[in-house]
Design a protein around this ligand. Structure first.
Ligand code: SAM
Length: 304
């Protein structure tokens, strides 16, 4: 189904059009003498159905710009480039970046050899804008993420000055569940994602869908980023400092946790919580996003 057209068609590889993704992946690894690096989260996607689900969820069209994190061997990259106007693929691994630069076809793929966390999405888009005038902002992030940096990568894009409109990512199953968690199970992660967008699990993905297979199962998460967060926050760093303080002492009453995290008097925090309309005996895990908004408004007035 997914022919291998990403690598220049030499004798060895031109016959791989009908190969499964697993066979293509193994061939490429052999050909370039690559050993998957565990430290870089290199678990290559080898399940056609899952790849299709990611592509369908991204709902790409020729006006779209896609930023792909960790293109790896470039199999998904080539599929993205067939559907979108422009693909910016950011790969940290030296060898993979070289192979991708040499071999990926099409004029609409740009390989950036860098740590994704060191990139500025707005600057990347601006650099390429003259070449891709038809690919308009906002962009979409599509990735089978390296799991060791899932949360930092999500924050990197959600907190960027130029934000994506949609994020479709493969993440570890437990992390996916933490991202979409509702009141009662909330954590800093779910708040920091759901403050920016509507998050849902599209489907679960077994470990056998990757080569080499990781120890954990995975899930595809879709985040539709809001044009504006649900309430105004003029200083997001301070807002998330407040949220993190709320989770300093896990499973304790929010007043205790906030007092500990902010280094302030519990009595004072109790007053803020009451002013925000929140029962101070509740735990932070139970707060809704709107309640964090109410608490932020009180905090922002009182603590400067
Ligand atoms: N997209 C490929 C696929 O689906 O088969 C590979 C996905 S693999 C889970 C993660 C990829 O992210 C690897 O290619 C790895 O080298 C790359 N990577 C790891 N850390 C990175 C970072 N900080 N910045 C950019 N890419 C990174």
């Amino acid at each position: 189904m997914h022919g291998l057209y990403l690598i220049d068609m030499d004798k060895d590889l031109s016959q791989s059009g009908s190969d499964s993704l697993l066979a293509q992946t193994k061939k490429l690894l052999r050909r370039y003498d690559i050993r998957a690096k565990k430290g870089l989260g290199q678990n290559f996607l080898v399940d056609e159905k899952v790849l299709d689900t990611i592509l369908e969820t991204a709902e790409l069209n020729p006006q779209d710009t896609v930023i792909e994190v960790g293109p790896g061997l470039g199999i998904m990259t080539a599929e993205l480039a067939k559907r979108a106007g422009w693909v910016i693929a950011i790969e940290l691994d030296n060898k993979l970046a070289d192979i991708l630069k040499t071999n990926l076809p099409g004029d609409n793929i740009v390989i950036i050899h860098q740590d994704v966390l060191g990139t500025d999405p707005g600057a990347l888009l601006q650099e390429g804008a003259p070449r891709f005038p038809e690919a308009i902002k906002p962009y979409k992030v599509v990735a089978n993420l390296p799991y060791y940096i899932t949360s930092p990568v999500l924050r990197h894009f959600l907190e960027a000055s130029v934000k994506p409109e949609r994020i479709v990512v493969m993440v570890q199953k437990e992390v996916a569940e933490a991202i979409v968690a509702g009141p009662g199970q909330r954590s800093v992660l779910s708040i920091s994602v759901q403050f920016y967008g509507k998050a849902e699990i599209v489907t679960y993905v077994p470990a056998a869908s990757f080569y080499p297979a990781p120890k954990v199962d995975s899930a595809i998460v879709k985040i539709d980023v809001y044009p504006h967060p649900p309430f105004a926050v003029d200083d997001e760093d301070r807002f998330f400092k407040l949220v993190r303080a709320g989770f300093t002492a896990a499973r304790k009453q929010a007043a205790n946790s906030l007092a500990q995290g902010l280094g302030l008097d519990k009595a004072e925090i109790m007053v803020w919580l009451k002013r925000a309309g929140i029962d101070p005996t509740r735990r932070s895990e139970t707060f809704t996003i709107e309640e964090w908004g109410s608490l932020w408004r009180v905090y922002n007035q009182v603590v400067k």
